[in-house]
Design a protein around this ligand. Structure first.
Ligand code: GLA
Length: 390
């Protein structure tokens, strides 16, 4: 089908204005996560099989493999690092798996110029049955701060739905009371309109979906493409989180992983890699470390993309960027290749160069006679940065 590029710009402008008006009322004030957090989390690949050696290896690999230089920063241990509490209620890491303790591990991660994150839960037990923080919010937060924690993911298993907002706010207050800057990530799967109260609970990001799986339907249909209505709630310091990345975990194609990375970046989503960083293929590196795509995710304007077109297997999402450009993602959700023509004939921006960058081919694109045609493979994406477009 033919897409009028001027329509893309017009709709982007209107959304921009509306979103800006909504965001300025609720901007986070803790100065953290001014762009979506980037890093690595143990859960998607390793589940409960975590240890201090794994975390050290992940930190090493983030540095040696270039991820740190590409912007990945947080090394987050998900569930199962904790086993019990001592007689004073202090939370205890698994002594077999973390024999040196959390302070030493945080110091190691900090020594690599990375940041250190942990996981806990608003209920009595975590999802894997480890001790939760219910009733211990201030004690746990003080302990995390003493260890040097920079990021807390806070889950919602074995918790109380009726007091969810208060319980998340309690931990938000506890983290603030430590005086240490700790990014606060809510994980209650997008329930109870968390996007509306997340910022006042002190959150910098909040999960908006159930758990992602390493398969197309979960990543694309259930998580990524379901985020349109949440765009007004994202902005510097407070982000929607459609869950961590599955890129490189092996059950999707590289084409699908490019779609995953493109969609998450358009959505201003946190980019938390969830694969084994020690054994990444070059193809996985090329997806996770495409700095032109990361620049879309990390754009300082912080506007989340919205859907412009959904027609058959075609989905077009656009995101206004700080330098006046617009990021455009044309997705093929279907099972067969699709040819798309982006038509710029009625573009009315006086003097604006009709110049774009194909962010996966890493090449400039010109709209010959005002149009550009391309073929997008099944489950693939054509991701453009159109310059001077707003
Ligand atoms: C929930 C979360 C996951 C992970 C597990 C750990 O399912 O959504 O991301 O943290 O708990 O048990």
């Amino acid at each position: 089908m033919k897409i009028s590029v001027s329509r893309i710009y017009f709709v982007s402008f209107i959304l921009c204005a509306a979103v800006f008006a909504m965001q300025s009322a609720r901007a986070s004030d803790d100065g953290l996560a001014l762009t979506p957090p980037m890093g690595w989390n143990s859960w998607n690949k390793f589940g409960c099989n975590v240890s201090e050696q794994l975390i050290r290896d992940a930190a090493d690999a983030m540095v040696s493999g270039g991820m740190r230089d590409a912007g990945y920063q947080y090394v987050v241990i998900d569930d199962c690092w904790q086993v019990s509490r001592d007689e004073n209620g202090n939370i205890l890491p698994d002594p077999q798996r973390f024999p040196s303790g959390m302070k030493a591990l945080a110091d190691y991660v900090h020594g690599k110029k990375l940041k250190f994150g942990l996981y806990s839960d608003a209920g009595t037990k975590t999802c894997a049955g480890r001790p939760g923080s219910r009733g211990y919010e201030f004690q746990d937060a003080r302990q995390y701060a003493a260890w040097g924690v920079d990021y807390l993911k806070y889950d919602n298993c074995n918790a109380m739905d009726a007091t969810m907002e208060q319980d998340y706010t309690a931990m938000g207050n506890a983290l603030k009371a430590t005086g240490r800057p700790i990014v606060y990530s809510l994980c209650e799967y997008g329930e109870a309109h968390v996007e509306k109260w997340g910022p006042s609970a002190g959150a910098n990001l909040w999960r908006t979906t159930g758990d992602i799986r390493d398969e197309w339907d979960s990543m694309a249909n259930r998580n990524g493409f379901s985020q349109n209505d949440l765009a007004p709630y994202a902005g510097p310091g407070h982000w929607n989180d459609p869950d961590m990345l599955e890129i490189g975990n092996g059950k999707m194609t590289d084409e699908e992983y490019r779609t995953h990375m493109s969609l998450w970046s358009l959505l201003a989503s946190p980019l938390l890699a969830g694969n084994d960083l020690r054994t990444m293929t070059q193809a996985t590196r090329d997806v996770l470390m495409n700095t032109e795509v990361i620049a879309i995710d990390q754009d300082p304007l912080g506007r989340q993309a919205t859907r412009l077109v959904q027609q058959g297997s075609e989905d077009i999402w656009t995101r206004p960027l700080a330098d006046g450009a617009v990021a455009v993602g044309v997705f093929n959700r279907g099972e067969a290749a699709m040819t798309v023509t982006l038509n710029a004939s009625d573009l009315k921006l006086a003097g604006a160069p009709l110049s774009a960058r194909d962010l996966w081919a890493h090449k400039d694109v010109t709209f010959d006679k005002g149009a550009y045609s391309t073929t997008i493979p099944s489950h693939g994406v054509f991701l453009l940065r159109i310059r001077g477009a707003r």
